[in-house]
Design a protein around this ligand. Structure first.
Ligand code: S3P
Length: 454
């Protein structure tokens, strides 16, 4: 996809019929990235099923190809990676382009710090605004040499050939990307690298390293790896992404009549904050068919329309639902009473400033939404049939903002026009079509880029 020449605009329609269907949303983005990375660094052939064929994880795939790893073109989520071993990557001929993907850049920085060659990691305009000091600092402490643009932003030039030393790192923020970066660099370090997190964050890296036969010692909030081991190729079944399923959980909860079943959803305990928050708001959700695939729990989830109520969101749930707040803000606007979110300052450094951009869009739609330094206060309009008015929204190059306002369209009194929805391709290819198929009115029209914000 070329962001420079194509733009997609969504226009919504209020939900006229019942929202219904049984379906599986695309594969988990976090797990798809890691499957390519660890598959590439393993010895032998890794077969991946359920791979997310979205721009973010495809960018990770392309980067490893550029470093000499043979990876098949994904077909219906099936990919084969011919692992080259921890020391088999080759120097890329060009800068490694990761597009919009913070996960690719931060995790790969850890891997690249351990290589014998120099490399450059670069991304799109949105990624160039996001903080990279959070990975540069611990990697520097390990002995890596990294040059960045002003303010610790990308592009990052990572100097190869520097021996890494193990560190004991206390994460300054609850970030799975930073934790994973340090652990991956730890594979190349002399000694035992440990990372301690201030609150639990997604643990896919630790689980997948163990699955590839690499020992990860986990005690309380600390995870450690000993450098110098090996990864053994394996089969990976990527569950459906709970972060993508979340848009349908909220859609079914707020639609006037709905019953949908989301199949094979990843239920890793470090990811299910959205379910706990929606349940606390009164959502009608049933989790069933719980099972485990390749070290990750999955389940089916039935969601029906419900009368939601506003809540104070427990701060402990924030890192466990960090990507779901754009959707949850829409749920809060449809709930009865006030919802208060605190402790979520990380939302300001995502693909956009999700506190500012969501508050702005909700206000345009007639909702009393007050941004705070670390969260938002939303006065829910639950008693009204159609809490949202009509407005034109810019998604600011953020896939989840675009999808959140598409969901809001189900309860709007008029059309919501959402610009720059092309970024939905990064995590949820086929979103608009799936939304329509289950009864949500949504048009997506592609066109040339016009001026204005992205
Ligand atoms: C991710 C971790 C989270 C999340 C991101 C994916 C990952 O970021 O927001 O979408 O795959 O590790 P942080 O760990 O920086 O909070």
């Amino acid at each position: 996809m070329n962001h420079a020449t194509t733009t997609v605009t969504y226009t919504t329609q209020p939900c006229a019929k019942k929202l219904e269907g049984n379906f599986r949303v695309p594969g988990d983005k976090s797990i798809s990235h890691r499957a390519i990375m660890l598959g590439a660094l393993a010895e032998g052939i890794t077969e991946i099923r359920g791979f997310l064929q979205g721009e973010d994880s495809l960018n990770t795939l392309r980067c490893f190809r550029a470093m000499g790893v043979e990876i098949t073109d994904p077909v219906d989520g099936y990919v084969r990676v011919a692992g080259v071993g921890l020391y088999g990557l080759r120097s890329p001929k060009k800068p490694l382009y990761v597009g919009n993907s913070g996960t690719s850049m931060r995790l790969m920085a850890g891997i690249l710090a351990g290589q014998s060659f120099d490399s450059v990691l670069e991304g799109d305009k949105s990624l160039a605004r996001r903080p990279m000091r959070r990975v540069i600092d611990p990697l520097n402490q390990m002995g890596a040499i990294i040059e960045s643009a002003e303010g610790g932003r990308s592009p990052l030039t990572i100097r190869g050939g520097n021996a890494l030393n193990a560190i004991d790192y206390l994460l300054p923020m609850a970030s799975a990307q930073v934790k994973s970066c340090v652990l991956l660099a730890g594979l190349y370090a002399k000694g035992r690298t440990c990372v301690t997190e201030p609150a639990p964050t997604r643990d896919h890296t630790e689980r997948m390293l163990s699955g590839f036969g690499y020992e990860v010692e986990r005690k309380g909030s600390t995870a450690c790896v000993q450098g110098g081991g090996r990864l053994a190729a394996r089969k990976i079944d990527v569950p459906a992404d709970i972060s993508s399923a979340a848009f349908f959980m909220v859609a079914a909860s707020i639609a006037p009549a709905a019953e949908i079943t989301l199949e094979h959803v990843g239920m890793n305990p470090t990811r299910i904050g959205v379910i706990e928050i929606l349940k606390a708001m009164g959502a009608d959700m049933t989790v069933f068919n719980s099972r485990e695939v390749g070290g990750e729990p999955v389940a089916d989830i039935r969601v029906k329309s419900a009368r939601l109520r506003g809540i104070e969101i427990p701060e402990a749930l924030v890192p466990l639902a960090i990507d779901e707040f754009p959707a949850l803000f829409v749920a809060a606007a449809c709930a009865e009473g006030r919802t208060v979110l605190t402790g979520a300052e990380e939302l300001r450094v995502k693909e956009s400033d999700r506190i500012a951009v969501m508050a702005d869009g909700l206000q345009k739609l007639g909702i009393e939404a007050t941004p705070t330094v670390d969260g938002m206060i939303i006065e829910g309009q639950g008693a009204q049939a159609l809490p949202f008015g009509m407005a034109e929204i810019w998604s600011q190059g953020d896939h989840r903002i675009a999808m959140a306002f598409a969901v809001a369209g189900l309860r709007a009194s008029g059309t919501i026009t959402i610009h720059n929805c092309e970024f939905v391709e990064t995590s949820f290819p086929g979103f608009a079509e799936l939304f329509r198929r289950c009864g949500g009115g949504l048009q997506d029209v592609a066109g040339p880029v016009v001026g204005g914000a992205t």
